[in-house]
Design a protein around this ligand. Structure first.
Ligand code: ASP
Ligand code: MG
Length: 472
């Protein structure tokens, strides 16, 4: 069995769905379970619609109606399915009307609203796959075993989910069914719909794969895999062959928008390989994510950046030799529900970073009793993901580049995760630093190196991939 997850851009209309049909047909012998996102940008549209109903009191669902109903008619999926989807759209409209009348939107209602995209998506794709003579069955995540807590917007799956999923899906497959299940959503114990966080269908897919001991998870996107940098910043960013779970998690967390940051956890436990593939270019090998160490790996895998970071500098002579000083600082942040990302300390100071701009008034009040505190917003984290066993040379070279470009590094964090080195710089300096680092580590260094032997074992790609007649 394998798990194939298709993201919104792979399902953005009738043409894309036909393409998914071809990809699935070519891999049917591996007994796939499909995990789907909502079509195209549905989730963003739903959020817009919710905001419109809440703030302006009007209801618009035209974009969504158009996206789903035109796919049904272009794929000629028939009247019963059309009725089913129209019913769901009617329900969605009623929910939005409710929001517009009460001018109230709770986390619970928002999650219910967001679930409509995925629920319509699986019904349409399964119906299309049946026209290809595949025995596809649409499944809502809760019927497939997904049970979560009630943290709306960011729900955690409950442990029981694993047993439920692992008993339900393999049974269906044994009966010759092609399950097509919604990603991103679940239900809590009271039967309320929940969501797993934006991009959460990656996590749904890896949970299914780990629970059912699948041979592989394929995450189908619209890029050729995990890239060495954000292509919007570095034009010639290229796909990485292979990365470890740890590296992939760091990449996701530090700004590479390819995977849900938590999605690696389930497969790490079971060592299930994850393959990131491009549905617009299925012949490309993609990026393989696996347990390390990766043989013949290059020193650097990728360079990412993440904007809108706040840097907090805390200086106090009270810190000298004081047991518990740092614990006290951290607990001020945790009391106020603020999570800290990076930390660097010296004998008398500690610098830390926070994601986004937070209300620090209560923290400042406490800390300034015994320390000087300075808060600097508008920072970025530039992260080099690579082999820390070679960190001295990487740091030396990276600092050389900062010096050459005249960029002042304001904080460095290195080592803890064993795969990343991060620098804090000003927001507006991050793109040029990423470009320069990329040029140095991927172009100049590559130029100096001998070409790799043709049958290098670190090649990407799936062991299961039918290399045959794929093309665009
Ligand atoms: N549709 C959801 C989102 O856009 C979940 C996903 O695509 O993974 O965030
Ligand atoms: Mg999406």
């Amino acid at each position: 069995m394998i798990v194939m997850k298709f993201g919104g851009s792979s399902l953005a209309g009738a043409g894309r769905i036909r393409n998914v049909g071809e990809i699935v047909q070519g891999r049917i012998k591996y007994k796939p379970v499909l995990v789907l996102s909502a079509m195209g940008d549905t989730t963003d549209y739903l959020l817009e619609a919710a905001a419109g109903a809440l703030n302006k009191g009007f209801v618009t669902i035209e974009k969504i109606e158009e996206l789903y109903l035109s796919a049904i008619s272009e794929l000629a999926l028939g009247a019963p399915l059309q009725r089913e989807i129209k019913n769901l759209i009617w329900e969605l409209g009623s929910l939005l009307t409710g929001i517009s009348l009460t001018r109230e939107l709770t986390g619970r209602t928002r999650d219910c609203l967001l679930s409509f995209g995925e629920r319509m998506s699986v019904r349409i794709v399964a119906a299309y796959l049946r026209t290809l003579k595949l025995n596809a069955r649409p499944i809502d995540a809760w019927d497939g075993g997904f049970l979560s807590d009630s943290t709306f917007g960011q729900a955690e799956l409950r442990r029981e989910s694993w047993v439920r999923i692992s008993s339900f899906l393999p049974t269906l497959i044994a009966e010759g069914v092609l399950p097509v299940i919604t990603g991103f959503i679940a239900k809590d114990e009271n039967g309320n719909i929940t969501t797993l966080g934006r991009g959460g269908s990656d996590l749904s897919a890896t949970v299914i794969a780990a629970a059912c001991k699948a041979g592989e998870v394929q995450i189908w996107k619209d890029v050729d895999g995990i890239l060495t940098a954000d292509p919007a910043v570095v034009k010639d960013a290229r796909p990485v062959d292979t990365v470890t779970y740890e590296e992939a998690a760091e990449l996701a967390y530090f700004g590479a928008q390819v995977l849900h940051p938590r999605a690696m956890q389930p497969c790490m436990k079971t060592k299930t390989p994850v393959l990131v593939k491009n549905s617009y270019n299925p012949a490309a090998p993609g990026t393989r994510i696996e347990a390390g160490p990766v043989k013949n790996a290059p020193r650097i895998r990728a360079i990412t950046s993440k904007k809108n970071i706040t840097l907090v500098d805390i200086v106090s002579t009270r810190m000298l030799g004081q047991p518990g000083f740092l614990a006290g600082v951290f607990s001020e942040f945790s009391k106020n529900g603020i999570s800290i990302d990076m930390v660097a300390t010296s004998e008398v100071s500690v610098s830390l970073t926070l994601d986004g701009e937070k209300d620090l008034t209560p923290v400042m009040r406490e800390l300034s009793e015994y320390a000087g505190v300075e808060v600097k917003t508008g920072k970025a984290i530039v992260t080099i993901i690579g082999d820390v066993r070679r960190s001295s040379e990487i740091l030396h070279e990276a600092f050389g580049i900062c010096k050459k470009t005249g960029i002042q590094v304001q904080m460095v964090s290195h080592g803890a995760s064993k795969v990343n080195t991060s620098f804090i710089v000003n927001d507006d300096e991050a793109p040029s630093l990423v470009k320069e680092l990329h040029r140095f580590f991927f172009d100049e260094m590559a130029g100096k190196k001998k070409p790799a032997p043709k049958d290098s074992p670190s090649k990407g790609g799936s062991a299961l991939d039918p290399k045959k007649k794929e093309g665009r």
